[in-house]
Design a protein around this ligand. Structure first.
Ligand code: ZN
Length: 200
């Protein structure tokens, strides 16, 4: 009995230790290094393996992971991929390059110069009362567009590259992009929420 209790405690300690110190998996490191800070292949729903990955919830990034070379490479690859001249977008989430981690790149149409910015562990903490219906597409869902109802104003919380936490209210089209990208981190696609979907 005592032996069993000791074994259980050891197992619990191992589980707790591994969840606190979790680093990049071998597969994640390989994929990120293959991307080499440049354009990565975009996962799409018409590929069986990709479609399952796109439906899986992503894991948050720890301070140690954000401070790693792999994170810098992944962030650079997200920016390069969303700005690919032959297949560009206004936002991208890490699962769209095959990495199930909670990080997105969003084009800030509400800022001067409309820069793309990286958001780590982003969360929507409140929705404004007003909604709007607008057209959406997705790099992972080729040749389709849909009409989706979204909140026109949200409040988000996220961490920056120094792992500092921030909160901000976001309005308009940029708020729609955040809602679309944060959905990706929970395995949700815009087609789940669309009032209608049609071929482009
Ligand atoms: Zn998308």
């Amino acid at each position: 009995m005592r032996h069993n209790a000791t074994t259980l405690l050891c197992l619990l300690a191992i589980v707790l230790f591994s969840s606190c110190s979790r680093g990049w998996s071998v597969g994640e490191k390989e994929l990120i290094r293959e991307g080499n800070s440049g354009i990565m292949r975009v996962t799409t729903i018409d590929n069986k393996t990709d479609s399952l990955l796109l439906r899986t919830a992503s894991q948050p990034l720890t301070r140690r992971e954000v401070g790693s070379k792999e994170f810098d490479m992944l962030a650079a690859s997200l920016l390069a991929t969303v700005n690919n001249p032959t297949n560009s977008g206004v936002g991208i989430a890490a699962p769209q390059v095959g990495i199930l981690r909670r990080v997105v790149a969003v084009q800030r149409f509400d800022k001067e110069g409309e820069p793309f910015e990286i958001y780590i562990n982003p969360e929507i903490i409140s929705y404004g009362p007003e909604v709007t219906i607008g057209g959406e597409g997705c790099l992972s869902i080729p040749s389709l567009r849909g009409e989706v109802e979204r909140a026109t104003s949200i409040e988000i919380r996220w961490r920056d590259e120094k792992y500092k936490q921030h909160r901000e209210r976001i309005d308009g089209f940029t708020a729609v992009i955040f809602q679309h990208e944060i959905d990706h981190l929970d395995g949700i696609l815009y087609t789940d929420r669309a009032e209608s979907v049609c071929r482009e």
